[in-house]
Design a protein around this ligand. Structure first.
Ligand code: MN
Length: 258
């Protein structure tokens, strides 16, 4: 029977997770392994310096006192004891586009799945409260069928963002760019100490091309962006080789071995 692992970064009590897991049940056996509380922006962190616990919550649902990446790793190694056929992470409350990709726990869970050799995708619902996960769940089901049928390119995952409201179509996209203006909110706590709150600034100003994830969801399209585990910027390799290697070796007083 097809085995599907589901996780997220909003925590096991998130409605987006439950909606996703319920919908995917039509395709096989769904196992949910998710953080016991919200872990948004946890990125790809693994918990190495304290013990982790897996607690059964309800039938097929397990919660972990760790990060999304912890959940995927423990889900595969301990809960399932074998590699599932598919990993789906989400449905996240809010978009994961542009530079969000490197902060997102939702996407990191799909990265972890990809590292473990599991075809994986992350799915996020654009917008704010109140969230309606119906459309995004339908998109997840359709995409899950396709991925199970066709697989994904090696070391590649899909980052999917579904607009709220009416969907006009599907666009395959590249990662866009955010330019955050005011990132930190300053305040005074009840005991008179200064505090800083990250990420409470204005909505990001965005510098975008037409083929980006941002523009797709802004125009009402589902964005499907392939992401690769290898973060090397290949276009820069030759420039760096020519202009940096020798200079750095010279500055470090090293003899080139090449
Ligand atoms: Mn989240």
């Amino acid at each position: 029977m097809t085995s599907i692992l589901v996780t997220n970064d909003d925590g096991i009590h998130s409605q987006g997770l439950v909606s996703l897991a319920n919908t995917l049940e039509g395709l096989g056996e769904v196992t949910v392994v998710a953080p016991d509380r919200e872990k948004s922006a946890a990125s790809h962190a693994l918990t190495l310096h304290r013990p982790l616990r897996i607690n059964a919550w309800r039938d097929g649902y397990y919660m972990v006192n760790g990060t999304p990446a912890d959940c995927v790793y423990l889900g595969v190694v301990e809960v399932l004891d074998r590699r599932p056929d598919l990993l789906v992470s989400g449905i996240n409350r809010g978009a994961n586009i542009g530079d969000d990709v490197t902060y997102s726990g939702t996407i990191a869970a799909a990265f972890e799945g990809t590292i473990l050799g599991i075809p994986s995708f992350a799915i996020s619902l654009v917008g704010n409260q109140p969230y309606d996960f119906c459309n995004a769940s339908r998109v997840a089901l359709t995409l899950a069928e396709k991925v199970l049928d066709r697989g994904l390119p090696k070391d590649t995952l899909l980052n999917v963002n579904v607009p709220s409201g009416e969907i006009k179509g599907v666009r395959t996209t590249r990662q866009g760019k955010h330019i955050y203006e005011e990132l930190v909110h300053e305040g005074i706590d009840p005991r008179g100490g200064k505090y800083y709150w990250i990420g409470s600034g204005e909505a990001p100003h965005v510098d975008q091309g037409a083929d980006t994830d941002y523009m797709a969801v802004r125009d009402g399209y589902i964005s499907v962006c392939p992401l690769h585990l290898d973060l090397t910027h290949y276009e820069s390799l030759e420039t760096l080789r020519q202009n940096w290697e020798g200079d750095l070796e010279g500055a470090l007083a090293l003899e080139s071995s090449s």
